[in-house]
Design a binder for this molecule. Sequence first.
Ligand code: FES
Length: 692
Amino acid sequence: MPEWRIEKHPILSIPKKTRIGFYWNNQRLHAYEGEMVSSALFANGIHVFGHHVKDGSAQGIFCANGQCAQCTVIANGIPVKACMTKVEENMIVQSVEGLPGLPKATDDFKFLRNPQVETDVLIIGGGPAGLSAAVQLGEKGIKALIVDDKDRLGGKLVLQTHKFFGSIDDCYAGTRGVEIARILEDKIRSYRSVRVWLNSTAMYVFSDKKVGILRDGKNYKVVHTKVILNAAGARERSLAFPGTTLPGVYGAGAFQTLVNRDLVRPAKRLFVVGGGNVGLIAAYHALQAGIEVVGLVEALPQCSGYKVHADKIKRLGVPIYSRHTILSANGNEHVESITVGKVGDDFKPIAGTEKTYECDTVLIAVGLNPVNEFYREAEQAGVRVFAAGDAKEIAEASTAMFSGKIAGMEIARELGKEDKPIPKTWYQKARILNTPPGVEQEPEYDSFPEVAITPVFHCAQEIPCNPCVSVCPKGVISIPGDSLLGKPQIANNDCIGCNKCVFVCPGLAISLVDYRKDQDHPVVSLAYEVYNYGYKKGDLVLLTDYEGNPLQEAVVIDTLISKASRKTQIIKVRVPRGIAKRVAGFRIQGDEVTLAKNEITVDKVPDEAIVCRCERVAAGEIRKLIRKGIRDLNQIKALTRAGMGACGSKTCENLILQLFKEEGVPLEEVTLGTIRPVFVEAPLGVFSNISH
Ligand code: FES
């Protein structure tokens, strides 16, 4: 069990938990009390949860978020989602081989009325946007109910071990997501007017203006509310390629859930597909958890995520292959390797450029889609509805917090509990926080003085971020125009070497160069957050520039970690003056981790790629229908079953639309599938509050 458990982490503390026993296909295994069945299985090295009824293909988790139903297992006789069901002492868990059977029926039951609950505001989603809105409502004493389908508040914040960008005042810049979740939760719990229902899934906004909420998977409640705030976040987009449904191919959020929430190590060697912030951060989180990151492919000429995120993982030794895409995930029951290839300007793979890398996990991080069903349903039902965070617009969590704050105020005004207008500066701030990254430019190293001690900034792109300016006690750092955007500059030579800017920088992009003892061999202090790798005084490290290009080897002369450093370690090296300002980090992964093992030609055709993972419908089947002139997703569903599965087409709809685009059909000509009336599967009896 230990090799699959994370027992040492540079940022997360490992809580003491009670060990319990459960059964998996008649085998007695151990788990920790309170963890999900999927994590308990992963902690025992089990990644295959069953085999599909249609073709016997192996099934495992994909989203780890209750959205896709790929993880279904039989627990104590009932089919459940392993990623949303807590393991219990002596629970009998079985794999789903084919179609699961139904539990025995009984006629010994009664129908009862469903409990009705009243509130002024129903907030769907307890993530950064929902919590920030609730703070505004709580401060004004407005009655609000937050419902969230997880067992804790924070949404995606609880998966984030890195420090956030933005400004300290507006969105806790320089603080890690997991800590921000705690801060917001503490505030929420202090408001008497705000209630929280965890493990509670909003099911639908019905035409009688009532919202159905399923609590703990078995208690159904009906909520009457004056206003709904949809802060349900986003779901991950998928990609269709041969091997797309193999266990070991996960969404990046699923991976972060296993690693950072459940402290389970689901991989030994990982490959990431997608160079947006989510993919880049997931690669970094993998390194923090002691997982080798073999590489990252991005189809665009450069990563769309922040360059500081990309540079951070490049310095640690992760190669980023731009203008490359995944061609296939290979393996029988589980991922054994990935084949990637170059793409041309038309994003089509270039034959002869294929390379195969050994890995056991492929992360798909190709973007997010807003979970906006509740907004549409509320509008249709005539309930006043607002949206915030990713459910409104996909953006950084810092933006989500700000948009939640604005939505909270808008709702307070709507309910007549706030007279003051919302400050214009809030909207301006929201726009600034949502500014896309600027053009890439090499850091201006000549502008940094070579005297005394000085910070050196390795940020090579303008992004909305300034905590280094805020924390410097001597005003050494400024951003032109006092803006959140713009790159930091040296304002004076008064640096005292306090390291505060080094500790706070979310991109780990500030070093401190100290010329005071030896002008020709200054000491460089580097921020380091994966210190479970155990570098110590006397170790030899390969130093790199800001983009990860090797500079030279150097001996670590000191390491420093303290309460003030907030889990960021300082590694000190002495280097020749000529390179001192260019030293930005050092490798932790050698070339042996990232080399391609062999080269193959891909012999599978993309028509084989599974598009609908629930019903296992391949791209070729749908393409044929599109070529025959079918333009309606409902017809495609009727003919192929694509979209008819347990996930309710949450995963495949975008992929099918992508096929229409590939076939040259404008999306305006396509009729979307009819939305199903409940958000997730539920036993029918809960809707009539059945009692045995
Ligand atoms: S992996 Fe459990 S629902 Fe998607």
